[in-house]
Ligand binder design. Structure first.
Ligand SMILES: *[C@@H]1O[C@H](CO)[C@@H](O)[C@H](O)[C@H]1NC(C)=O
Ligand SMILES: *[C@@H]1O[C@H](CO)[C@@H](O)[C@H](O)[C@H]1NC(C)=O
Ligand SMILES: *[C@@H]1O[C@H](CO)[C@@H](O)[C@H](O)[C@H]1NC(C)=O
Ligand SMILES: *[C@@H]1O[C@H](CO)[C@@H](O)[C@H](O)[C@H]1NC(C)=O
Ligand SMILES: *[C@@H]1O[C@H](CO)[C@@H](O)[C@H](O)[C@H]1NC(C)=O
Ligand SMILES: *[C@@H]1O[C@H](CO)[C@@H](O)[C@H](O)[C@H]1NC(C)=O
Length: 428
């Protein structure tokens, strides 16, 4: 996941790597000096003249020219560390954001510590650009942003809604197109930012492909079929979106498929021996074929987010969600990365698929958040889930409190979009 470093001004590339460029450097510095003096002069003498505005624009341009031509500096946002940032909550939205699901408002649901809000991700060797809601709204004007995947995808979608809402002057101009409430019980929700003629949509498709009744003469142990060669019918509505953010995670396990009677189907028949990971691999190829055929290579920016780690290890080393595992005692990020979890196999298939698409000139990116997220066992709702949840229900150590960790995923998403030149000049 290499990205162009978006901050470095072009002028730095003037700095001499050998003495041959010395003369040019002198000229450049001289030119700059003249420019600065004229800038200062005009500002000083006639601060309200239109000329000043011209000069400011020209001056700024000089420092920001052609970011897209910087290819030598690359930045991998996925590796880095969490650093304490006590001011972060001031720059963020709050649990009062009306676009939040009750289940993600952890403090309202009884969580008393707030340290989990006071960390920011510091990539190694570069900075994440500040998330600029207005800039992203402006770039997305008259457009569509689509999130498709499981409930962790909804978690990220809601985070994005609240982050974007910070750039809107009148919150009442943001609404769900069908008037639906934002809850986990809906399979499809579309939020309209009417000041920008933009919709930010969520589709619940945990497997990305079609799930449905098994073929007629299947054995009775088969309750349902996951059709690895047929993308979900909802995909018809994703066509034409400007930004698409997919994910596929926790459902691709034996526990949530074959052990539950969900088997994999290819062509007209169930394949009894196909396991969840092989099925994921094939479904990703189905997804890729769809994206290659149906999405506009110039227009659509396609992301596939990596696996979001779960943390049920507090009570037992190998705790799981249904045997009393928990995360409610975790109030700080983990600092020890000496024993990181093994890379989930999902990620290899996803990043490989994205690589194939990039080699075919698609604007596809792997949004690799697994490593940074793995430190944040303190960011889950744990006991502070949706208000109606029975007290003895298992803890939630897979979703995320909001504001919270998915905000950082969206900061990476924004950084990657900007570095990809997402609708930089064409606000059609
Ligand atoms: C995701 O990022 C982490 C941290 O940089 C890295 O160790 C891992 O290899 C990356 N995964 C993939 C599939 O590229
Ligand atoms: C809103 O955006 C759509 C494209 O998504 C466009 O067809 C329509 O003309 C836009 N409406 C206005 C009022 O600009
Ligand atoms: C905010 O938007 C709503 C809905 O469009 C509108 O009724 C209301 O007058 C607006 N308020 C302000 C202060 O502009
Ligand atoms: C029913 O299953 C058998 C194998 O068990 C297969 O040969 C046959 O083609 C299937 N019939 C239909 C209608 O799918
Ligand atoms: C079932 O899937 C496995 C891969 O998991 C594959 O090797 C095998 O050929 C498939 N069987 C049929 C009948 O297609
Ligand atoms: C936890 O699981 C790992 C890998 O499956 C195993 O090696 C280890 O012994 C387990 N530890 C405990 C305490 O059950």
């Amino acid at each position: 996941m290499d990205h162009r470093q978006p901050i470095t001004p072009k002028l730095l590339s003037f700095l001499p790597s050998s003495f041959l460029v010395k003369k040019e450097l002198v000229y450049a510095l001289f030119f700059l000096l003249v420019l600065i003096s004229s800038f200062v002069f005009f500002n000083f003498v006639s601060p309200l003249q239109p000329q000043t505005i011209f000069d400011v624009a020209f001056f700024t341009q000089l420092f920001t020219i052609d970011k897209s031509s910087i290819t030598s500096n690359t930045c991998d946002y996925s590796s880095g560390r969490w650093v304490s940032d006590v001011n972060r909550p001031l720059k963020s939205y709050t649990e009062n954001c009306p676009l939040l699901d009750p289940g993600f408002r952890c403090r309202r649901n009884g969580r008393t510590d707030d340290g989990y809000l006071k960390w920011r991700w510091q990539p190694n060797g570069c900075d994440l650009p500040r998330f600029d809601a207005r800039d992203l709204l402006e770039r997305s004007r008259n457009g569509r942003i689509v999130f498709a995947g499981d409930s962790i995808g909804r978690n990220q979608w809601e985070s994005m809604l609240c982050m974007l809402s910070q750039g809107v002057s009148n919150l009442s101009t943001i609404y769900e197109v069908n008037g639906s409430p934002i809850t986990k019980h809906k399979g499809y929700l579309s939020i309209r930012f009417s000041e920008y003629n933009l919709t930010v949509e969520y589709y619940r498709v945990p497997f990305l492909v079609i799930t449905g009744p098994p073929p007629k003469n299947s054995s009775s142990k088969i309750r349902s079929a996951i059709r690895v060669d047929k993308l979900h019918w909802r995909s018809l509505t994703w066509v034409g979106a400007d930004v698409l953010v997919f994910n596929a995670g926790h459902w691709w396990s034996q526990d949530k498929t074959t052990k539950m009677g969900y088997y994999f189907q290819e062509g007209g028949t169930i394949n009894n021996t196909m396991d969840a990971i092989e099925a994921l691999r094939r479904s990703l190829q189905t997804w890729k074929s769809w994206a290659m055929q149906s999405l506009d290579a110039d227009k659509s920016h396609i992301f596939f987010r990596s696996y979001s780690p779960i943390h049920y290890r507090q009570v037992k080393l190998n705790g799981t969600w249904n045997d009393g595992g928990g995360c409610d005692k975790d109030v700080k990020p983990e600092t020890n990365d000496e024993n990181p979890d093994a890379e989930p196999v999902h990620n290899h298939f996803i990043s490989e698929t994205v690589k194939q698409m990039r080699s075919e000139n698609r604007k596809a990116q792997f949004l690799n958040i697994t490593y940074l997220t793995d430190f944040r066992r303190d960011g889950h709702p744990s006991l502070y889930r949706e208000p109606s949840t029975p007290v003895n229900a298992p803890q939630d150590c897979s979703h995320w409190c909001l504001p919270g960790i998915p905000d950082t995923w969206n900061e990476l998403l924004y950084a990657q979009l900007v570095s990809d030149g997402f609708r930089i000049s064409s606000h059609n």
